[in-house]
Write a protein of this length. Structure first.
Length: 120
């Protein structure tokens, strides 16, 4: 069993490798077309994913339950805040508003988040 904080570099690297946001018609998605995933979507296994999550926030009870089952951990309030921060990184990137590439954005934002978690 790993902690959510230990997942941060893995999620960062997965998002960088993916090369783009998971979205459909400008709506970010846990699981989008062509197998794309958002930051939180990478943490939810196929076994526990449900398409109804696409209309729900990261802290929705059914999404939290799927995350807990997928990760085999119980999430507390600080974990939910971390998930929201991860999701904000994914959802905030818009070509017209952020200078640099997707890779630059994801790497810098996740590295900052990792540094903050290491300091705690």
């Amino acid at each position: 069993m790993t902690t959510l904080t230990e997942q941060l570099p893995i999620i960062r690297d997965a998002l960088v490798e993916q090369g783009e946001q998971s979205q459909f018609y400008n709506d970010c998605m846990y699981r989008g077309p062509d197998g794309l995933k958002c930051a939180v979507g990478f943490l939810i296994t196929d076994k526990y994913y449900d398409s109804s999550f696409e209309q729900e926030a990261t802290d929705a009870p059914q999404v939290v339950m799927a995350l807990e089952d997928s990760l085999d951990i119980r999430l507390d309030e600080s974990d939910i805040e971390l998930l929201n921060s991860m999701q904000d990184i994914h959802d905030s990137w818009v070509n017209e508003e952020v200078s640099g590439t997707w890779t630059d954005w994801v790497t810098s934002q996740f590295d900052t988040l990792i540094g903050e978690q290491d300091a705690n």
